[in-house]
Write a protein that binds this ligand. Structure first.
Ligand code: FSO
Ligand code: SF4
Length: 531
């Protein structure tokens, strides 16, 4: 196996024995083969009318291979068979004359398919020989994976776009063949452009279904009673769980990236959605072990559920070997498990934070924000956002937020916010100094706000008193970074470490074009920005 798609890549270069995330070599090789088959499938359908099954497989196949989504070889084999059968059916009578990679046929048994995936990995090692091309192909591949995750969330709420599918096919098909550096860099920036559209689609899907997030004070400590915890990113799954638990006496909690759901009118209307439990994904093993109820993982980031595998359930594309999977939105097994468990014996001392500063809420007070900047009450905005993770060095983000002078405002999103979202930052006039804009895909809100502020001040986004201090972990962060680059945003500080898949030459291009910089220390970076 070889995988370097996330920030945990072993030794800063790549996982080649077993994933730091727990991914086994068989799963890694199967995921590589899924990718290769999606690229072949896209090569066949590019420029043609795409059958619905192909659209579904492109999104599901890509999302399945994102970090911490699916560790279950059985599910990966089934996904591979599905893609392979669809590809061969489209090739039809041409299959006999097609080159080997297009005509590849999956074997009959799971063990044989796992052996085919191992052979595919061994045969593709040469693809890494040209480090810069491999780096650019990886940048595009990982951006597409992240974008597929968002497109899947929009699709479950009924929002799709043919142009988006066409781009997936165009980019995957370019990855199937030989492509030069300029083409690959161009496609990566185009991926950023299309991802902006996908995030807009998801924003529309979420807000049409559940209303616009509203600033909401939410409880972060447990209350007495039976308990069910929902993690991941899927609003529709949470809505189904809330409907299905209504009147059962089970209290529902959000976890990790589900925290922003507590601010959507269509979700917070349920009285038994009582609050958020725990922190970011990397703390789940100790927090889930202590949770006295059942747990549902709707998307990444799942970790080895050692000690609680009998009361965690996966949904959608998530999988862990031996863990019960929820099919067709029927969460009865998880609800029964929650009812069978003790739940919380007591109310914990009440603690609250405020969430729900999506673009509608922030732009609703845009005139006050602009006036505060003009009056010198707000010196600068800092978007401190992105993923959290287990590696050391991430306390940089806590320190950075803590060290910010009182006339600076923090915009935040994604799970990295857990590093500082319970600290007291106070307010400037009536505007809180910490504005939680939502999940990682709500980078869309941050972009809307930045563009509106730039219009109000008659300048470009790069000229605004706004700095981007980003943390990354997995591939959704990659596609958001590509979106920011597509928008021409410069001087992004990225950490905790730069991606292993960016070669020195590719980094040089990104630095020259966009002045991306690695984070250093909170003190030094703040000094450099504020002068
Ligand atoms: Fe975090 Fe995981 Fe949301 Fe990611 S929970 S790390 S970027 O899946 O998508 O922010
Ligand atoms: Fe390693 Fe990350 Fe790949 Fe897992 S997803 S195998 S931790 S690089």
């Amino acid at each position: 196996m070889f995988c370097f798609q996330c920030e945990q890549a072993a030794k800063g270069t790549g996982c080649d024995i077993q994933g730091v995330c727990g991914k086994m070599p068989s799963s890694s090789n199967l995921q590589d083969l899924i990718l290769s088959e999606l690229e072949a499938l896209s090569f066949i359908v590019r420029g043609k009318e795409m059958p619905p099954a192909v659209k579904r497989l492109i999104l599901d196949g890509l999302f399945t291979t994102v970090t911490n989504v699916n560790f279950d070889d059985k599910a990966l084999v089934n996904m591979l068979k599905d893609i392979n059968a669809t590809k061969l059916a489209l090739l039809g009578a041409d299959a006999g004359a097609a080159p080997a990679d297009l005509a590849f046929k999956a074997a009959d048994t799971d063990a044989e398919i796992i052996a085919q995936a191992r052979a595919h990995f061994a045969n593709s090692v040469h693809a890494r020989e040209n480090a810069d091309i491999f780096s650019l192909k990886s940048l595009l591949r990982f951006g597409l994976k992240g974008m597929a995750a968002y497109a899947c969330h929009a699709r479950v709420l009924g929002v799709e776009d043919d142009g988006v599918y066409e781009f997936f096919a165009e980019a995957l098909s370019a990855l199937h063949g030989e492509a030069d550096a300029d083409t690959l860099l161009g496609l990566s920036l185009k991926c950023g452009e299309v991802n902006l559209k996908v995030m807009e689609m998801l924003d529309k899907a979420n807000t049409a279904a559940y209303g616009h997030p509203e600033p909401t004070r939410v409880r972060t400590t447990p209350v007495k009673g039976k308990a069910l915890l929902v993690s991941g990113h899927d609003l529709k799954d949470l809505a189904a769980i809330l409907e299905q638990t209504e009147g059962t006496g089970v209290n529902v909690y959000t976890h990790g990236e589900m925290l922003p759901c507590l601010a959507y009118p269509g979700l917070k209307k349920y009285k038994h959605l009582v609050g958020n439990y725990g922190g970011a994904w990397q703390d789940q093993q100790k927090e889930f072990a202590r949770f006295p109820g059942s747990i549902v993982m709707t998307t990444n980031c799942i970790q080895n559920p050692k000690g609680y595998a009998d009361r965690i359930f996966t949904a959608g594309l998530v999988g862990w070997p031996g863990v019960a999977h929820i099919h067709s939105g029927d969460f009865a097994p998880a609800i029964e498990k929650a009812l069978a468990m003790d739940g919380f014996a007591e109310d914990a001392p009440a603690e609250y934070i405020t969430v729900g500063f999506g673009h509608q809420a922030v732009l609703g007070v845009a005139d006050k924000v602009v006036a505060a900047v003009k009056a010198g009450k707000i010196r600068r905005f800092f978007l401190i956002g992105g993923c959290d993770g287990a590696k050391s060095g991430r306390n940089y983000y806590t320190e950075f937020a803590e060290k910010l002078p009182g006339d600076c405002v923090i915009l935040t999103l994604a799970c990295g916010k857990y590093r500082f979202n319970k600290l007291a930052f106070g307010a400037i006039d009536a505007l809180p100094r910490l504005l939680d804009m939502g999940q990682c895909n709500d980078a869309y809100s941050a972009i809307r706000v930045a563009v509106a502020l730039a219009q109000a001040f008659g300048c470009s986004v790069n000229e605004l008193p706004l700095s981007f201090i980003l943390s990354w972990y997995e591939q959704k962060a990659v596609c958001i970074l590509l979106t920011l680059l597509h928008l021409g945003i410069k001087n992004i500080r990225l950490g905790p470490t730069l991606p292993a898949f960016i070669s020195p030459n590719v980094l040089r291009v990104l630095v020259d074009k966009f002045n991306i910089a690695p984070i250093t220390t909170a003190e030094a970076d703040l000094k450099a920005i504020l002068g």
